[in-house]
Design a protein around this ligand. Structure first.
Ligand code: GAL
Length: 374
């Protein structure tokens, strides 16, 4: 009898697995293939994104082709062409230049391959089915609010004034404007009131943008600003930087070229290891952390539904352990609004590294500094 029951259970299990395979895996060999195009390995976070996505898909039995395109737009176009030629069932793309993928994604659309725009919105193409990101405007807002709190700014008190410089991201990255605007919208009332002075006068996004989010470019620009506007002893109080790669360059410029002795408030984003070390050492004030492990989980869930021929909607957002909003109005890629799943960023300072990064398991301590877990 026991033998019969265990044989019956085995048969049921085999059937259940077989049905599950038929239900969600499409390729010739019964396994769906996922194509992932990431921008570059030279910016730390994309290494984490690529690994999380690959692991998460492979855990579920999918085959993954993961490409990094060295921050080179032509390379990314050709990488995507290859993924399409390899008949992937879903394409996940973090664009280097959001405006340059229209043509190659036409081919994806012709082959009915759904495209998930990952973290950065891909512009001017109807091929994008979904967008997964963090609330990018909020990232900038959190940076601006950090500065307001750290300096104790108050619009009704103009007696103390502070000097600030801005460093934003890559103009080819649709996110960069959201980050900058989020921060600037919080800080501009204080600029208008004369409480914050941008000594260089550089307040337009185009003036403060950093091609390729390059650490070196951000460093050189800040060195020039320090030489031109601060070498006479003018105090720099704040360097508002949109992310960690640019914050690193700005921090290095301040360390080498700033005449003042005050601690400059420096913002960032991503929780890159070098920046977390700087936060521990008091060289950077904060970073906006985005749990890319969760961004991967959300992306995989959308991809699975698409492979099953289903339509991800608001209900999916409620199924995640992390906070996730379904948004159908904020992100227009030029062809209409793209349904978006937006995760929630958080502020990390030296005081909450343990609870924000280590306790949830995203980072572990390596000596006195946090390093990414995994
Ligand atoms: C943005 C991304 C940020 C930052 C930056 C540079 O698109 O949202 O987290 O990493 O690129 O890689």
């Amino acid at each position: 009898m026991k033998k019969f029951i265990s044989a019956l259970i085995s048969v049921i299990l085999i059937f259940t697995m077989a049905f599950a395979m038929v239900g969600c895996k499409k390729g010739d060999d019964g396994v769906s293939k996922i194509g992932i195009a990431m921008p570059t390995k030279s910016l730390e976070r994309w290494n984490r994104d690529g690994t999380f996505l690959k692991d998460e898909f492979e855990k579920k039995g999918y085959t993954v082709e993961l490409k990094y395109s060295d921050n080179n737009v032509d390379q990314q176009v050709s990488d995507i062409e290859n993924l399409i030629a390899d008949d992937v069932d879903v394409l996940i793309v973090a664009a280097i230049d959001g405006e340059s993928l229209t043509k190659v994604l036409d081919t994806a659309a012709e082959k009915e391959i759904p495209v998930i725009s990952y973290d950065r919105l891909i512009m001017n193409t109807e091929a994008v089915s979904y967008y997964v990101s963090f609330d990018n405007y909020t990232v900038g807002k959190l940076q601006g609010e950090y500065v307001v709190d750290a300096l104790g700014l108050d619009l009704s008190d103009t007696s103390t004034t502070y000097n600030i410089e801005f460093t934003a991201g890559d103009p080819a990255d649709n996110n960069a404007g959201f980050f900058f605007n989020g921060a600037f919208d919080v800080l501009s009332p204080y600029i208008d009131a004369g409480i914050l002075n941008v000594v260089s006068g550089q307040t337009d996004f185009e003036q403060v943008a950093t091609a390729s989010w390059s650490t070196e470019t951000a460093m050189t620009r800040m060195q020039n600003i320090l030489a031109s506007y601060y070498s006479d002893g003018t105090v720099l109080d704040v360097a508002l930087c949109s992310n960690d790669s640019t914050a690193l360059g700005v921090t290095n410029a301040i360390a080498s070229d700033y005449a003042g002795t005050n601690t400059v408030i420096i913002t960032g984003q991503d929780g890159d290891e070098a920046n977390l070390a700087n936060i521990v050492d008091g060289l950077q004030s904060m970073t906006v952390f985005k749990a890319v492990a969760n961004e991967a989980v959300v992306t995989v869930a959308i991809a699975e539904l698409l492979i099953q021929g289903k339509t991800p909607d608001a209900a999916l957002a409620d199924t995640f352990d992390c906070e996730c909003a379904y948004d159908t109005s904020s992100y227009d890629n030029g062809t209409g609004t793209i349904p978006s799943y937006l995760l929630v960023p958080s502020v990390v300072t030296v005081d909450n590294i343990e609870e924000e990064l280590v306790t949830p398991g995203y980072y572990v301590w390596s000596g006195e500094y946090p390093v990414a877990a995994g």
